[in-house]
Write a protein that binds this ligand. Sequence first.
Ligand code: FAD
Length: 395
Amino acid sequence: MGGGHPYDGRPATTSAYPNGSALTDHRDEAVVVGGGFYGLRVALFLRQRLGFRHVRVFEMLDSVMERASYVNQARVHNGYHYPRSILTAYRSRVNFPGFVDEYRDAVVDDFDHYYAIARAHSKVNARQFELFCTRIGAAWRPAPTPIAAMFHPGRIERSYAVREPAFDARVLRELLLDRISRAGGIDISLGDEVSSIAALPDGRVLLEASSGSYTADRVVGAGYSRINVLHRSSHLEQVALQHEISEMALVELPPALRGLGLTVMDGPFFSVMPFPSRGLHTLSHVRFTPRYRWRDGSGQPALDPQAVFSMADRTSGFTGMRADVIRYVPALAAMRQVDSLREVKTVLAKSDLDDSRPILYRPDHGIANYTCIMGGKLDNIYDVLSELEHDSVSA
Ligand SMILES: Cc1cc2nc3c(=O)[nH]c(=O)nc-3n(C[C@H](O)[C@H](O)[C@H](O)COP(=O)(O)OP(=O)(O)OC[C@H]3O[C@@H](n4cnc5c(N)ncnc54)[C@H](O)[C@@H]3O)c2cc1C
């Protein structure tokens, strides 16, 4: 956005950069492609920490943080979720205090969270889960008797009380936009899609966007599910990504359960987590949440996840989710579906095996000064920022 108002809630203001007239000619110009949580936080980092004089964020939608950064399970990961990937779990433990501190006004910690281990079909048993928690330094205690009694004794081996808050994505957005506004020197161009990037002979990067052509000394691609769409149009190598059209049911729980989050690990199970932005809970299920799955790269068909998403079947898997969930927690029979949240969930193809969530960080990906990033979850942001800092120090 132009006019010294980095974000004022208005729809697209691409007129601030009229078609073809904004070919910038100064140094110290950085561009971020994508205005999700990652794009906005990286823009702040480029401006405040790495000292770029001006940072421009391109977001193709009419508002920032509307895609995966809003439509997700809102879990502030504290490690428990990744018993098969000790590195992912450990990084979450390391990043957790920083995230909770930096976004404390968006962190919702007013509910009791319980993890439970199923007796059958689980990839970990209770003993292994406890050992894993000890190894990553994540505290747990046995769930109190009334909670443990909520779980079907024949189907759940053991249940645990843990601390794992949720975040309110709308508050998070306001916090970031406020910081961007106060930092100055960051413009957000809404309704503005970057269609291609190319190397210039002087080492800068040329971008074609809906609003015109731009150059930048540094470009960071943070388009999440659409990373490869930009790579294809720019004749750059595809990243091996796996996409899933995901459905999380938005449910209202019976009053007695409203202050709870419940997660059954680690297999074809489910999770019921508060979704603070809507004052409801999300219900996600390993078998029913993924509605359609495909891969990018290594000879796979080139699809635009946004296009797949807009054509995807909108029937709900809630009935199947509910039928399975109440076998484990009968009291959830009284929950009521209010809505469903749908989004493309994108992970590195290799994460399919161990459910890990490493960051994608590719400096100079086919073009000097173009860095491609993707975070597997929000707390990974610190891993991306430390890589950016490392690169800038060693450059
Ligand atoms: C169902 C689901 C559940 C999840 N649960 C959790 C959870 O509980 N906890 C957690 O921490 N993480 C969770 N995640 C992961 C988390 O949501 C993502 O890691 C994170 O939101 C990625 O942020 P982002 O900014 O990269 O992506 P996004 O928020 O999707 O932002 C990317 C932006 O780029 C824009 N864009 C793309 N291409 C272009 C272009 N060429 N030009 C301009 N703009 C472009 C898009 O419009 C979009 O706004 C979940 C994800 C999903 C989908």
